[in-house]
Write a protein that binds this ligand. Structure first.
Ligand SMILES: *Cc1c(COP(=O)(O)O)cnc(C)c1O
Length: 388
């Protein structure tokens, strides 16, 4: 075989003197936690402003951000949270950790985003929150979901772990009227290795205050007498991470613009390959952050898809198998699973099952490369699919 080899793609994470200076600045403050320094406070202000939100609360990681957000929204034992079947497991685990039931529903076969009609069919008197995940930075149908939320009184929590800087009809995540949770884990679009944030839109100051207390052992900001007012935990982000995130945020918009240009090219090239269907667009999602470059190979078996990913990796592409349907993991059934058999869940999630079987994604650093590298990536994919 004279298999084509991929060119070099840009590294991820990226950093320069801005991160270096930030880390030194945090170090030399002499206080390395948020209660003593300025970096977390400054980052929260900048991140909230960037997303059109009233408040941002920096958190240890994205999973904790989802947990905390759900908790301040009233999720706990006896309640249900509707999540897409196709997502990273944190979406459901966050609800389950709070003693709630996570109810998976199907996603759209082209956008891989939660299907509003499926959500409507799954609402019960116990449903407390609907959690859309903006898959790969393509926003879920926030119009249909907002309408459903208004009609039923069930609140939305955006899992925005892929959606830093994304927009829906010109609106940023913090302007869509619902609380949102972000992740800053190593692979995410801005990162400090680990980290997260909960973002609160206008009108949610009370929940922000509660979240602040809960993320800091129930203790008011100025407390010096151990007056813990409500139950909580320690989910505070440290000053070093915040200093890095401030630098990462300043690079975000230019990187999104570049990824968007490259995805326009890559998706056109992928769409021309026999048997390959790139993740679809939604014109209303007018700014996509492109956390992953995703495509399906409809009809391929799961083993065939896995072998395809292996071939892409061997050729030098940072390729991965898509998320497994959350209800097809052992973890999902340990606590907080619906009172129905796996088969019943799977039966109402045919698109989730198909996508988790036939979908492949490339790391977003591919989309930071030049046009020749994008052409090379598409050619490697075409070769690998042709021999599948
Ligand atoms: C990464 C991710 C999370 C969790 O974030 P962590 O910071 O890794 O805990 C939650 N939801 C989705 C969809 C993710 O991709």
């Amino acid at each position: 075989m004279n298999a084509r080899q991929a060119p070099e793609f840009p590294a991820w994470p990226q950093y320069d003197d801005a991160e270096r200076d930030g880390l030194i600045r945090a170090l030399e403050q002499g206080q390395w936690w948020r209660m003593g320094g300025n970096e977390v406070d400054s980052f929260e202000r900048e991140f909230a402003d960037h997303h059109g939100a009233e408040h941002a609360l920096a958190i240890t990681n994205g999973t904790h951000a989802l947990e905390l957000a759900l908790q301040v929204m009233g999720v706990g034992p006896g309640t249900e949270v509707i999540v897409p079947g196709f997502t990273f497991i944190s979406s459901s685990q966050a609800a389950q950790r709070l003693g709630a039931v996570a109810v998976p529903v199907d996603v759209h076969p082209d956008t891989y985003n939660i299907d509003a009609a499926a959500v409507a069919a799954a609402i019960t008197p116990r449903t407390k929150v609907i959690m859309p995940v903006h898959m790969a930075g393509l926003m879920a149908d926030m119009d249909a979901l907002a309408k459903l939320s208004a009609e039923t009184g069930v609140a939305l929590l955006q899992d925005a772990a892929h959606a830093h800087g994304a927009r829906w009809q010109g609106k940023r995540v913090g302007q869509l009227g619902s609380i949102a949770a972000f992740s800053f884990q190593n692979g995410k679009l801005m990162t400090a290795g680990e980290g997260g944030a909960v973002v609160f839109p206008e009108g949610e100051s009370e929940r922000y205050e509660t979240a602040f207390l809960r993320h800091s052992c129930g203790r008011p900001r100025e407390d010096r007498r151990y007056l813990h007012r409500i139950a909580g935990s320690n989910m505070r982000l440290n000053e070093f991470s915040a200093s890095v995130l401030r630098a990462q945020l300043r690079r975000l918009d230019a990187q999104i613009a570049l990824r968007d240009e490259r995805w326009a090219l890559l998706s056109r090239l992928l769409g021309a390959i026999d048997g390959v269907v790139p993740q679809a667009d939604d014109v209303r999602a007018d700014r996509k952050s492109h956390y992953m470059a995703m495509f399906r190979v409809p009809g391929i078996s799961e083993e065939g898809r896995n072998a395809l990913v292996d071939r892409l990796v061997a050729a030098g592409l940072p390729a991965f198998a898509a998320f497994r349907a959350i209800y097809r993991t052992e973890a999902f059934w340990e606590i907080g699973a619906p009172d129905e058999p796996l088969e019943a869940v799977a039966e109402r999630c045919p698109n989730t099952d198909a996508i988790s079987r036939d979908c492949v994604w490339l790391h977003h650093r591919v989309l930071l490369a030049g046009e020749p590298e994008i052409h090379a990536a598409a050619e490697i994919i075409a070769d690998a699919v042709a021999t599948a």
